[in-house]
Design a protein around this ligand. Structure first.
Ligand code: GLN
Length: 191
């Protein structure tokens, strides 16, 4: 778990429930010791700035680019994006996913909401909690869309995967349903 800011504890519990052994990452030496990484929800600008302060931004970019399985939730999705709409102009990103995200995409009225999503490959719908969530504005050809939310007749991807990098706009660590974490642990095992 990248543990610079955000809801680290909830992800640690969900990952353990999904069968992973976990540790927290704040320094480059700690990053060097893990097989995979989860970037939590929180505030993407704050996590990005702290990554710079802790000397972690470049090591993170290198590990993700080299194929380390990585899962980003909400702010974590923003950090793994190639570019951001409505972000801060100087917002540091890790990248790794060929997507452009729109930050705080769902607007003020539905700042935070819950929805049952159909997820490609999951038999039962997934109850998803969105908190000032981004959506995927544009995605490259190599990006698989796993789930979307319709707003005013337009479908916006909220869960995507490219190679070993997974991202969701929402917070599966908050619902007690561990299927997304299980999918990620599976991805880590297979890589
Ligand atoms: N709006 C936040 C951001 O862009 C993300 C919110 C969240 O992680 N719940 O960083």
């Amino acid at each position: 778990m990248l543990a610079l800011q955000g809801d680290v504890r909830e992800h640690l519990l969900a990952l353990e429930a999904a069968g992973a052994s976990t540790t927290t990452v704040r320094r480059p030496a700690e990053l060097a010791g893990v097989d995979a990484l989860v970037v939590p929800g929180g505030e993407s600008t704050t996590i990005g700035k702290l990554a710079v302060t802790f000397g972690l931004l470049e090591p993170l970019r290198e590990r993700v680019a080299a194929g380390m399985p990585t899962y980003g939730s909400c702010a974590g999705m923003v950090l793994l994006a190639r570019s951001v709409v409505d972000g801060r102009p100087d917002q540091p990103l890790v990248g790794g996913l060929d997507i452009q995200v729109r930050r705080n995409a769902f607007g003020r009225q539905v700042d935070s909401f819950e929805a049952d999503l159909d997820w490609a490959g999951l038999a039962e719908p997934l109850h998803a909690v969105f908190i000032r969530a981004p959506w995927v504005e544009a995605a490259g050809a190599g990006v698989e869309v796993l789930a979307s939310v319709a707003v005013d007749g337009a479908n916006h991807p909220v869960a995507v995967r490219e190679g070993a990098v997974l991202a969701t706009s929402f917070h599966p660590e908050l619902t007690g349903d561990h299927r997304v974490h299980e999918l990620f642990v599976d991805l880590v095992r297979r890589s």
